[in-house]
Ligand binder design. Structure first.
Ligand SMILES: Cc1cc2nc3c(=O)[nH]c(=O)nc-3n(C[C@H](O)[C@H](O)[C@H](O)COP(=O)(O)OP(=O)(O)OC[C@H]3O[C@@H](n4cnc5c(N)ncnc54)[C@H](O)[C@@H]3O)c2cc1C
Length: 457
């Protein structure tokens, strides 16, 4: 049944007719509709459209464009930055279909689908998507923002494998965008997607992969300097099939934390080797020399269990984070991570250093709006923001970013959360040449800025 609602968005009353529900503030279901993984940022729009299909998305785009009010889209709420005040939010969680075509090694994924579902459906055919560390993350926001996968050193960014997008554009029309019919727009959607429309479905390439070798080795705080030293030289010699990172974290002294980690400063090596298990075990062996691990989960595992590698908390919570793409892993960056972000930091800070490079340095056919492909490492910070208080973490994050500044190329847009848009300065995200091309395209395709996007162009 169609829901037809007159709602006062902007200076005049907007009538919007949709198949899905429409919510206004103070109506039952409004808060639930906007709930998502990030609890520290609550959107406060004038209208929420719970889209059930393309026509609902088109109705929302036309309503927002017609009234000149802000429009944003929410899938899972993992990537929220700041609260969107006023305007219209389209929620896509009701559009979550996933189908896999093994013959063309592609998946068609609706806008609200999560990675876990794609991983499961692809695995039936011995295939895997370029998914990330956490299966609950949404495919659309992740891929349209670039998408740094567990498999990226071997296969590139997730956006490099984006083959087609069903996109509602600023005029409210639905376009099936491919490299063949609109190479410029496909290029832009591969990294800067949210500034050019609302995707209703994505077609993504899959890779033949059933199992990986991987897991975590966690070392006690005294071993952290040795872990960082070893990681620097060890990672530099790894094949492209191996992705790895080191995470440094002071674990709180609370019962929810496993006893071996509780109350301790811990350095954790995480590995995903997209190759034979014996080869992976041999590659990891030198890192076992660092000390006696507190935790060792290294094993061969089906890709359907890849979410266990980083083992991130599944409960929605408040968090704030930023990052820097680095040319190299200078010893000073590791030292700053321990000194400024370690156990004596005034706020809990999870510092992650991820090995980049490999296939991420190569452009796919039709290219992608991804900056700084030459980065050697990613330095990322996440802190809990209890009760939405991101401000207390900011001075710590700023000091850490300053320490990394001499080696900083720019920022990876996906891993910026619960903060204002300042870290997402467009030049820093895309680099000069990409930004010039993006701005020209934005001027042609969305001059009224109907889609403000995650990174303001
Ligand atoms: C625990 C955790 C693990 C993560 N792991 C990784 C990782 O391994 N690799 C990585 O690259 N990132 C990772 N991320 C970051 C993640 O990719 C971003 O937060 C991304 O924005 C999430 O997309 P979403 O759709 O789930 O979130 P949402 O918050 O719902 O959406 C984020 C933004 O994406 C855009 N968007 C969403 N849907 C559409 C659409 N249909 N059309 C146009 N634009 C849309 C909008 O700008 C929206 O504001 C992780 C985040 C968390 C919290």
């Amino acid at each position: 049944m169609l829901s037809s609602r007159a709602s006062s968005v902007g200076p005049m009353t907007t009538k919007i007719t949709t198949a899905g529900p429409v919510f206004r503030p103070d109506e039952p279901g409004f808060d639930e509709e906007l709930s998502g993984f990030q609890l520290g940022v609550q959107h406060r729009p004038e209208l929420v459209v719970g889209a059930t299909g393309t026509a609902d998305v088109q109705a929302a785009v036309r309503a927002a464009a017609g009234r000149g009010v802000p429009l944003s889209v929410q899938s899972t709420g993992h990537g929220r930055l700041v609260a969107d005040d006023g305007g219209i939010v389209v929620t896509t969680n009701r559009m979550a279909g996933v189908t896999v075509d093994p013959a063309t090694r592609t998946a068609r994924v609706e806008a609200g689908a999560r990675w876990g579902d794609v991983v499961e459906k692809a695995a039936v055919h011995g295939l895997a998507p370029l998914s990330g560390s956490f299966p609950g993350v949404g495919v659309a926001g992740y891929t349209l923002g670039g998408g740094l996968s567990l498999l990226s050193r071997r296969y590139g960014y997730a956006a490099d494998h984006l083959r087609a997008v069903d996109l509602v554009t600023a005029d409210g029309e639905l376009r099936h965008v491919t490299g063949g019919n609109d190479p410029d727009l496909l290029w832009a959607l591969r990294g800067a997607g949210s500034a050019f429309g609302i995707a209703t479905a994505l077609e993504i390439g899959l890779v033949p992969l059933r199992t990986v070798y991987g897991g975590r080795l966690s070392f006690a705080g005294d071993d952290v300097p040795a872990l960082l030293d070893a990681f620097r030289s060890w990672s530099a010699g790894l094949p492209e099939a191996t992705s790895s990172s080191v995470a440094l974290m002071p674990f709180p002294d609370i019962p929810a934390i496993p006893e071996e980690l509780r109350g301790r400063y811990v350095g954790t090596l995480a590995v995903t080797h997209a190759g034979p298990a014996a080869e992976g075990a041999e590659l990891v062996a030198p890192m076992r020399e660092i000390g006696t691990p507190l935790v060792d989960t290294m094993r061969e595992l089906p890709f359907t269990e890849s979410g266990t590698i980083h083992n991130e908390p599944a409960q929605p919570h408040s968090y704030t984070g930023t990052n820097a793409l680095l040319t190299e892993l200078a010893p000073a960056v590791g030292a700053a991570a321990v000194e400024l972000g370690g156990p004596t930091a005034p706020v809990l800070c999870v510092v992650q250093i991820k090995h980049m490079g490999g296939a991420m340095t190569r452009e796919p056919e039709f290219g992608a709006a991804i900056g700084h492909r030459e980065a050697g490492y990613l330095f990322s910070l996440v802190s809990p923001a209890f009760g939405g208080d991101a401000a207390s973490a900011r001075p710590v994050h700023e000091r850490l970013m300053s320490a990394a500044e001499p080696w900083t190329l720019g920022v990876l847009p996906n891993l910026v959360y619960g903060t204002d848009r300042a870290p997402l300065e467009a030049r820093s995200v895309y680099g000069e040449a990409n930004l010039t091309r993006l701005r020209e395209l934005k001027q042609q395709r969305d001059p009224a800025n109907v889609f403000p996007g995650r990174v303001p162009l």
